[in-house]
Design a protein around this ligand. Structure first.
Ligand code: PMP
Ligand code: GLN
Length: 384
């Protein structure tokens, strides 16, 4: 293994999901739903397979039906207009979108400012692209993790090329507010930065939180690469269909990298996701309401078991602090939890460069069936 990747080892998700299987534990670690997405979308995939649509290499940028559906979705929900031919790219999940964006846009030595804790592929992809990551740490306060805008401004130097933003934010559940996004946008314009924004949890925002795409802010559409995912929005994480929307020049740069990563994304699922994106608003409302009920159930269970629970405004994750349980090392806690309680969780420290800043935080996924969440809560309360 080369030096660029040596520090990353095996992803925590593979390690913890294997531990869950080995110990027969309830897996609230890796974020994947235990119920598949809408029946009619599955049927659409079957139809595409059967009708021979996408069984041979689809077009590199993605099938026109899906690119058109992505553009229509961005316009309908956010008033953002994208040309399906030049401003939309289909990727193998958001994971490839992140990789291709960084590989296609960074020069060696470029600095990337990202919000820490961050989704684990960001650090690895910045490294693969030869970039340097500059983390800005979200800090707990008032029941959730917040961004210090002065710290963000101070992190930008003459070598900064790109801001890598994620809202709703994995793993903290923070949704950036209009004020925070306005400040990020002003900074990007003032310092002439590119922005890659991972908005895969765009449909999972709760209570009074609102998902505001960065591309809708003044001066941002022309410098922003926005990333979405069918895995997250339609609960088909195994299909690995994602997308990028941006300007023709930026999409072309991302496509240049993508063509040598996967060349194209898997065909039949693209047709099915095109149909999913056209589902009525009632689907998205029901999806959100279902996840909200699950959030409340797990949050209450975790609080009863003795965790400090941070407010999840978006995503399907809850971050907790284990210190009220008399613990301080999230890694040790998560490695012992399966034997102790029959539950798997993720130590947030893996999402930090400043590991000590993340040490006492542990993440639980609530995209699971109600009975599963109830049983997990019961086990945690009994064991801790
Ligand atoms: N970004 C974030 C913030 C995520 O949580 C995930 C979850 N897997 C991804 C990207 C990757 O999405 P996909 O499964 O579509 O590759
Ligand atoms: N995004 C999901 C999570 O954060 C799954 C990630 C993965 O398996 N690579 O848990």
């Amino acid at each position: 293994l080369n030096r660029r990747l040596a520090e990353f080892g095996t992803t925590i998700f593979a390690e913890m999901s294997a531990l869950a299987v080995r110990t027969g534990s309830i897996n609230l670690g890796q974020g994947f739903p235990d119920t598949d997405g809408p029946e009619e979308v599955r049927e659409a995939a079957v139809r595409a397979l059967r009708d021979g649509r996408g069984n041979q290499y689809p077009p590199g940028p993605g099938v026109p039906e899906l690119r058109t559906a992505v553009a229509a979705h961005q316009e309908r929900r956010y008033g953002l207009t994208y040309d399906p031919d030049t401003e939309v790219l289909v990727t193998a999940g958001a994971t490839e979108a992140i990789a291709a964006a960084l590989l296609g846009l960074l020069e060696p030595g470029d600095e990337v400012v990202a919000l820490e804790p961050y989704y684990d592929s960001y650090a690895a992809c910045i490294a693969m692209a030869g970039g340097r990551r500059v983390p800005v740490t979200l800090r707990p306060g008032d029941g959730s993790f917040r961004l210090d805008l002065d710290e963000l401004r101070d992190a930008v130097t003459d070598r900064t090329r790109l801001l890598l933003i994620n809202t709703p934010h994995n793993p903290t559940g923070t949704v950036l507010t209009r004020e925070e996004l306005t400040a990020i946008a002003e900074l990007a314009v003032e310092r002439d930065l590119l922005v890659v924004t991972d908005e895969v949890y765009e449909h999972l925002v709760f209570d009074d939180a609102e998902h505001l795409p960065l591309a809708t802010f003044p001066g941002m559409r022309e410098r922003t690469v926005t990333i979405g995912s069918a895995g997250k929005s339609f609960s088909f994480t195994g299909w690995k269909v994602g997308w990028v929307t941006s300007t023709p020049a930026l999409v072309s740069a991302v496509r240049s990298a993508k063509q040598f990563l996967t060349y194209v994304s898997s065909g039949p699922f693209q047709y099915a996701v095109a149909e999913a994106l056209a589902l009525p608003d009632a689907y998205f409302a029901a999806f959100r309401a279902d996840m909200l009920a699950k959030r409340d159930l797990l949050a209450a269970g975790l609080a009863e078991a003795g965790f400090e629970v941070f407010r999840t405004a978006g995503t399907y994750f809850i971050t907790t602090d284990i210190r009220p349980l008399g613990e301080s090392d999230g890694f040790a806690f998560c490695r012992a939890l399966p034997e102790r309680a029959g539950v798997v969780a993720i130590p947030n420290a893996v999402f930090y460069d400043h590991r000590e800043a993340g040490a006492p935080f542990v993440r639980f996924a609530f995209c699971k069936q109600t009975e599963v969440l109830r049983e997990a809560a019961k086990r945690l309360k009994a064991a801790l």
